[in-house]
Design a protein around this ligand. Structure first.
Ligand SMILES: C[S@@+](CC[C@H](N)C(=O)[O-])C[C@H]1O[C@@H](n2cnc3c(N)ncnc32)[C@H](O)[C@@H]1O
Length: 548
């Protein structure tokens, strides 16, 4: 353990208090000039440091850290973002209250060389989240922390095409033909390629040659990971605003708030054993005294609409995880606004204290075993190739008796490809009823099969059919698996959403543009056509983790 600060009195006090620790050493040093031996650090930790540095200083430190930290090692930092958190008036405040996107940019762009002096390395995001204490006690989502892992930079790095590894995507706009990154979110690696080399704390900081680092920093960029693809394409700020116009505020999912409110009661059995808030479902009388809120993991939490309902109406403590920085920052912003709203009252503040959001990949997120009462995920797994891994993670993270509720886009089972299943199936048809739906495949003149696969591919989607989903839930260990083809309800939602967008063309064009209007209306009509052909479907899945 090497503790460094540029204030001699602080280092002296630190050493006075902790100097008895045989594995700790203390040094006065300036982070902007610090040099450490390459490969000498496993974990680099800083708290409220980078916000006092300029951008160039942060970038320089990030590049140098890439050589200090062993591949597989981590860098953690926590900073005040957006604005001052406390209310103390300061005549002079040197703090940079950055938009968190600035820290993403600085660390995404950083390049360096590993200790061998030849292997290019970069940072791979593990997580970015709010500091819990601030959320709970102050309803403040402005204290953010990041954890990055050092990985090889060439070919995307990271071992096996994980969440941050992919080729760049072409930009062709929402509803258009943006090419998905490839490979997309396969995750055979958990990134734990931790070096066995122990971190040798330096006796004296040494200098290293910076030339190769600065060349690499300026010539390459890791923008092109699935996270960047989502933020630049489907979930750019502009696209999110358009989606919200169609789905309703806070939601980017079929049926928006109404479908969320209609489906959430299915999780009630898993949430009822704990306390209850006004407006939520009744708690069971067996344990009404428990004060601890039910814990829900929302995978692909988007703008936080479902988390807000779970917190406000069900009294749940919600952990929302989403790969899109735009989505997560919007969700944080909205919870901050709800907490601050004058008319929000104590209920809004309490709800804001119960939901927190983080940027992370569902295939890689670190989850404590048996730590959730329920897992909720709406229309998110369509982005993820290794859905089975996410289902296994959800299973492990649930307590015995905990429940999962998912909705997702589906494709037709092979026996029905090109058929007319959804129109024939009632909105809540069971898996078996769905399986028996019409298989009368009729080729459309414009080759709908190609159109569907082109849509799936440019979106970067990975769609399963309903029986595959149901089987994967069982294989993950779930019981009481309900798998319903809800394409009928999906179709109703699509029609209502199309009406919402197209019904007031002038207002849409005024708020966005002609092009936006045509793209959105075209995209929704195309979805309806795919549904009518039986290609694009929508499923609801509910299952329980066995008690023993
Ligand atoms: C269609 S939106 C649904 C958002 C939200 N569930 C809702 O109901 O409004 C899909 C969400 O999945 C997120 N996502 C995609 N891939 C992900 C991954 N690997 N891990 C976590 N979230 C992911 C996207 O960023 C996006 O917010």
């Amino acid at each position: 353990m090497l503790a460094i600060d540029f204030m001699p009195n602080l280092i002296a006090e630190n050493e006075r208090v902790n100097g008895h620790l045989r594995n700790a050493r203390f040094a006065v040093g300036d982070a902007t000039e610090l040099e450490l031996p390459a490969g000498s650090v496993d974990v680099l930790f800083s708290n409220w440091l980078l916000m006092y540095l300029g951008d160039a200083e942060v970038a320089g430190l990030a590049s140098r850290a890439l050589s200090w930290v062993v591949p597989g090692g981590v860098v953690f930092f926590r900073e005040s973002c957006f604005r001052q958190s406390g209310d103390k008036q300061r005549a002079k405040n040197p703090t940079h209250y950055r938009d968190p996107r600035e820290y993403f940019r600085l660390f995404d762009d950083a390049r360096g060389l590993a200790a061998d002096g030849t292997t290019p390395v970069r940072f791979e995001l593990v997580t970015c989240r709010c500091v819990d204490t601030y959320v709970r006690l102050k309803q403040n989502q402005n204290q953010l922390c990041w954890k990055w892992r050092v990985v090889a930079a060439e070919g995307g790095g990271g071992g096996g095409g994980g969440g941050e590894d992919a080729a760049a995507a072409a930009a062709e706009g929402e509803g258009g033909a943006a090419a998905a990154p490839a490979p997309m979110l396969s995750s055979d690696s958990n990134g734990s390629s931790k070096s066995s080399t122990p971190a040798a704390a330096p006796a004296t900081p040494s200098r290293r040659t910076p030339s190769a680092v600065s060349l690499l920093s300026s010539s390459s960029s890791c923008h092109g990971t699935p996270r960047h693809f989502l933020d630049a394409e489907q979930y750019s700020a502009h696209s999110i605003a358009r989606y919200e116009r169609v789905f309703g505020r806070g939601f980017v999912t079929s049926g928006g708030e109404a479908s969320t409110r209609a489906l959430l009661p299915m999780l009630s059995p898993a949430l009822q054993h704990k306390g209850k808030r006004e407006g939520g479902p009744s708690p069971s009388s067996s344990s009404p005294s428990s004060n601890s809120p039910p814990r829900v993991l929302d995978i692909g939490s988007g703008l936080g609409g479902a988390a807000a309902i779970l917190a406000a109406d069900y009294g749940c403590r919600v952990r929302g995880i989403d790969l899109s920085v735009n989505m997560v920052l919007s969700a944080m912003d909205r919870h901050n606004a709800a907490a601050a709203a004058e008319d929000g009252g104590a209920g809004a503040r309490a709800a804001a204290a119960l939901a927190r959001f983080e940027v992370g990949d569902a295939t890689r997120v670190e989850l404590e075993e048996s730590s959730f009462d329920a897992v909720h995920s709406r229309d998110t797994l369509l982005h993820i190739e290794d859905k089975a891994l996410v289902l296994r993670k959800a299973f492990a993270a649930l307590r015995p008796g905990g429940m999962v509720l998912l909705t997702d886009y589906l494709k037709a089972p092979p026996s029905e490809e090109g058929g007319e299943a959804p129109a024939a199936a009632p909105a809540s048809a069971s898996a078996s009823a769905s399986a028996s739906a019409s298989a009368d495949a009729k080729a459309e003149p414009e080759d709908p099969t190609l159109e569907f696969s082109a849509y799936v591919s440019r979106r970067g989607y990975h769609l399963w059919d309903l029986p595959t989903y149901a089987a994967a839930l069982s294989e993950a260990g779930f019981e009481d698996v309900v798998a319903e083809d809800r394409t009928g309800a999906f179709e109703v939602c699509l029609a209502a959403e199309l009406e919402r967008a197209a019904g007031d063309r002038d207002a849409f064009v005024r708020d966005f543009s002609e092009v936006d209007f045509e793209e959105v209306v075209g995209a929704w009509r195309a979805k309806l056509a795919r549904v009518a052909r039986g290609q694009q479907r929508w499923g609801l899945f509910v299952a329980r983790k066995p008690l023993v």
